[in-house]
Design a protein around this ligand. Structure first.
Ligand code: NAD
Length: 450
């Protein structure tokens, strides 16, 4: 089966008659995004590293190991695959002016699907006001720049906690994720690297080699894509779904050469059954992806208890129960990684989804509070918040609402299940070992919420 590269409208306006028509009528012209291909180069042109200081120098040096064409000054009119703006040492907003103008001068030379990245440090209320202003200024700058890029280009930021160098494993891991096609639908977002933990893989094509992963809700949609992506990256995968989805689940398990467990994750003994399966078949468990989720939309005035309870039970209560069991299990103590699927509805809210948004915001709260509990075993937990992703879940949205909803982002299109899966695979890898408690939106910089 040919791989879907974009939704039908995007394909239509990308070439020939459709392209001319869209141009003439002034219709949105989303680009076909550069998605990950292990055989393709990391970036489609030279990368310009902007910024003074030892952090910028060390980073430029480290990038040479990836066979990138690294430049410290731009050659006008020469196409660039990306720009990395290193701002780790700024302490006053006035210091932004010069490096930002340098980036501006090169924006017209960006190739299609280029990447712009900032590397800076987080602001906090405990800092000197000028320092906090400089650091937080990067936030507004980056989010606005992401909205100005064209042709599938994206802009994202990496925040390094104080003391974490620009070449820390997870700083480089995040940088590589953002430069690559893995991050195609991540735009206008920040990831925080909180420690020097983590390790870069020996083989970038198989960063999950030797790992065993559980994926819930894997019979279709985003879950099936997660299973395929983790397997492609080298993991052995246990796929989980309700018994009613057994046939589809078996097909996914076959595809990824994994094992299937038919299980309703709301059962009290769900975690015990998964741990027993992992122990018996593989003797280990390294990664758990909480993906299974349901919607039961109604305005609150019409919400019956069944709709509220079932959404809370599947989307958050099951995750809490399973995490408690995982944290207590001997099988899950060796640098374990948990990734939960939240939603932009849980950040911005959505009419008709008080139940769903409460459960997904609950996931975000749970992830932040669980991160410190995994520190002692060098484990991580992060959440991914998808925006509009083309799946059977979003196929249920009425046509007109769906067509508008999928274009309300900087990339003018819906994401694919693979886009969510790639971000999850990154969080599940050792190269993200210094990243925990994060919520990363995979939404093409959706207009709603931050
Ligand atoms: P989907 O409905 O296509 O797939 C969800 C899968 O979870 C199904 O196979 C279903 O059988 C399974 N599942 C449901 N309840 C279960 C249970 N109790 N036990 C085991 N498995 C169960 O949905 P999707 O679009 O692939 O969504 C996957 C995740 O992404 C969900 O958590 C969803 O909330 C989230 N999400 C999706 C979108 C989107 O645009 N599609 C946006 C934001 C968040």
């Amino acid at each position: 089966m040919a791989r879907i590269k974009a939704d039908k409208y995007t394909e239509f306006v990308s070439a020939g008659f459709g392209k001319d028509l869209a141009k003439r009528l002034g219709l949105p012209q989303p680009a076909i995004l550069r998605r990950f291909d292990p055989a393709a180069p990391l970036l489609t042109g030279p990368v310009l590293v902007v910024g003074k200081g030892s952090g910028a120098d060390a980073l430029a040096q480290a990038l040479l190991d990836w066979q990138l064409d690294v430049r410290r000054t731009a050659t006008p009119k020469q196409k660039l695959g990306g720009i990395i703006l290193v701002l780790d040492e700024i302490s006053d907003p006035t210091e932004l002016s010069e490096p930002v103008r340098t980036v501006g001068a090169s924006l017209r030379d960006l190739a299609a699907n280029a990447r712009v990245l900032t590397i800076s440090r987080p602001s906090s209320a405990a800092q000197d006001p000028a320092l906090a202003a400089a650091r937080h200024g990067v936030d507004g700058f980056l989010r606005s720049l992401a909205k100005e890029l064209r042709a599938g280009g994206t802009a994202n930021g990496i925040l390094l906690e104080d003391g974490v160098p620009t070449t820390a494993p997870s700083a480089l891991g995040a940088l590589r994720f953002f430069l690559s096609g893995r991050s195609a639908f991540v735009d206008g977002q920040f990831v925080t690297v909180s420690s020097e933990k983590g390790e870069l893989p020996a083989d970038w094509a198989r960063p999950l080699a030797g790992k065993v992963a559980v994926v819930t809700g894997a019979a279709r949609g985003i879950g099936a894509a997660i299973a395929r992506t983790l397997a492609r990256d080298g993991a052995e995968v246990i796929v989980v779904d309700v018994p009613a989805a057994g046939d589809h689940l078996a097909a996914v398990a076959n595809q990824v050469r994994g094992t299937a467990v038919q299980l309703d994750i709301t059962r009290d003994d769900a975690a015990e059954r998964l741990l027993a399966h992992a122990a018996e078949r593989y003797g280990r468990l390294d990664i758990v992806v909480h993906n299974a989720g349901i919607t039961r939309d109604r305005l609150l005035a019409n919400m019956d208890p069944g709709r509220w309870e079932s959404v809370m039970a599947v989307n958050i209560a099951s995750q809490l129960r399973m995490n408690r069991a995982l944290l207590a299990s001997d099988l899950f103590q060796n640098r374990p990684h948990i990734v939960s699927v939240a939603s932009t509805s849980g950040i911005a809210g959505n009419r008709g989804q008080t139940n769903y948004a409460a459960s997904k915001a609950g996931v975000i709260g749970m992830v932040r509070a669980t991160a410190p509990l995994l520190d002692g075993v060098d484990g991580t937990i992060n959440a991914v918040a998808p925006g509009f992703i083309v799946t059977e879940m979003t196929a249920k949205i009425p046509f007109a609402t769906r067509e508008v909803a999928r274009r309300l982002n900087s990339l003018l299109q819906g994401g694919l299940p693979e886009d969510v899966a790639e971000t999850i695979a990154f969080f599940a890898s050792e190269s993200a070992g210094g990243i925990s408690g994060n919520v990363l939106r995979v939404c093409g910089q959706n207009m709603v919420g931050q």
